[in-house]
Design a binder for this molecule. Structure first.
Ligand SMILES: *Cc1c(COP(=O)(O)O)cnc(C)c1O
Length: 424
């Protein structure tokens, strides 16, 4: 027990990315270097390097660890770019320490092959109550998205904009991408009627709905989605990406509703789910999709035999355990609660327009004349806060949008102060 506590304390030692540091600690460390007004030549030099790295990274921002490695002068304090629940990461680490690392079982996880795809699907089946033959387990959701786009999508796919870019970037060269532009003037609200109209007109063989959507956080209610599925029986492939569904609650009791249990009614439906964001474990690469058994079989005909790592397998073991799930549920609700307060304060700041969100991040439009890149660089160089400039996101006017993720409560307070100062 004491050993356990000491371990926890050691991991709590303040440092970049430590999730347990207090806002006061961060303030005390940063206060001396915070100045108002223009950037110094040294700060400007760092900004130039950040801009160059971003340009080289294409449509996904360089990760915070990459930035620190390439620009050691940067003092990174809060990664508000990455969209995960940090409390869930803590929870996973607690279990990993207690059950794997301390008892000396890590070697086994790394030395030997993990279980095969079907075995891991069996473990997941117990966790989410879906039959194994309906489950395709992937090395992260992105692997599944690629597999679906290459195996099932034909000559036309309909994708909402703005969106998570792999859905248009990774299509086959012979697939035409048709976009459905979500209206900015209506807070990117998704209109089911107009959408169905577009589906009838364009006749795509594949449609993609991300719910809640990344990067704007827009949400389509469960009943609307089911009604839409009824109307789209003719569409060959319907992808619903629920990677952020654990953060979206319908009603007041923090419950979320997944479409996975509708799978038998709609053989054209494929529900994609990443574990990276809600469980805060992007590094272990774990995701799955729920779909008709013939589809699972068709994908497995292409391989994917050992596509999960030992760590991902351990995660799926945990996921089916009631003790872990009870604790996870507590972390999930705690995170949603304080994230909502964070978003409320953020939306009230002058000089910006905040788009309503059902996810764990908020899309913000700058209205004070500052460009997104200037704000992001300023936050990074002055405060060590890393937010996401959305200049490269299709469907968003370049230079105007940033996306801010909710982190721990103390980190969020630090971010609020930073943004408030930077907007002045
Ligand atoms: C991050 C993200 C994914 C990819 O998740 P991985 O499991 O890490 O590959 C898939 N879909 C959406 C909408 C995402 O934001």
């Amino acid at each position: 027990m004491i050993g356990q506590q000491r371990d926890r304390q050691q991991r709590r030692k303040p440092g970049p990315f430590d999730l347990g540091v207090s806002a006061r600690w961060l303030e005390a460390r940063v206060r001396p270097v915070i100045r108002r007004g223009g950037l110094s030549p040294r700060e400007n030099a760092i900004v130039e390097r950040i801009k160059l790295l971003k340009k080289e990274a294409g449509s996904h921002s360089p990760s915070a660890p990459t930035l620190i490695k390439l620009i050691p002068e940067l003092r990174m304090r809060v990664d508000a770019c990455f969209l995960s629940n940090p409390y869930a990461t803590d929870l996973f680490l607690d279990y990993l320490h207690r059950e794997v690392i301390r008892p000396g079982k890590l070697r086994k996880l790394l030395e030997f092959y993990p279980s095969q795809n079907r075995v891991i699907a069996g473990k997941l089946s117990a966790a989410i109550g879906i039959a194994t033959d309906h489950l395709f387990v992937g090395n992260g959701a992105v692997e599944i998205i690629q597999a679906i786009l290459h195996r099932f999508t034909g000559d036309k796919i309909l994708v909402n904009l703005p969106t998570f870019s792999p859905y248009h970037e990774f299509v086959r060269p012979d697939t035409q991408v048709v976009y459905n532009l979500l209206p900015k003037d209506e807070d990117f609200r998704f209109d089911a009627g107009e959408y169905l109209e577009k589906v009838r007109r364009e006749r795509p063989d594949t449609v993609v709905l991300i719910n809640p959507n990344n990067p704007d956080g827009g949400y389509i209610p469960y009943a609307t989605l089911v009604a839409m599925l009824e109307e789209m029986r003719e569409v060959r492939n319907i992808i619903v990406d629920e990677s952020f569904i654990h953060f979206a609650c319908e009603g007041d009791d923090y419950a979320y509703r997944s479409l996975t249990h509708e799978i038998d009614r709609f053989p054209n439906l494929m529900v994609v789910k990443s574990m990276s964001k809600d469980f805060g474990v992007a590094g272990i690469r774990a995701g799955y999709a729920v779909m008709a058994p013939e589809r699972v079989k068709s994908l497995l005909d292409n391989g994917f035999l050992w596509n999960s790592s030992g760590l991902a397998e351990y995660f799926f073991d945990l996921y089916s355990r009631p003790d872990f799930l009870v604790e996870y549920e507590r972390k999930r609700v705690h995170y949603i609660r304080h994230s909502r307060r964070f978003f409320k304060t953020l939306s009230g700041m002058p000089g910006i327009h905040a788009y309503p969100t059902h996810a764990n991040f908020m899309l913000i439009e700058l209205k004070n004349g500052m460009t997104a890149e200037d704000l992001v660089c300023r936050l990074l160089v002055r405060r060590g806060i890393y937010a996401r400039a959305c200049d490269d996101k299709k469907g968003l006017e370049p230079g105007k949008f940033i996306r801010v993720a909710s982190r721990t409560r103390s980190e969020n307070r630090f971010v609020l102060r930073g943004i408030k100062d930077a907007l002045r």
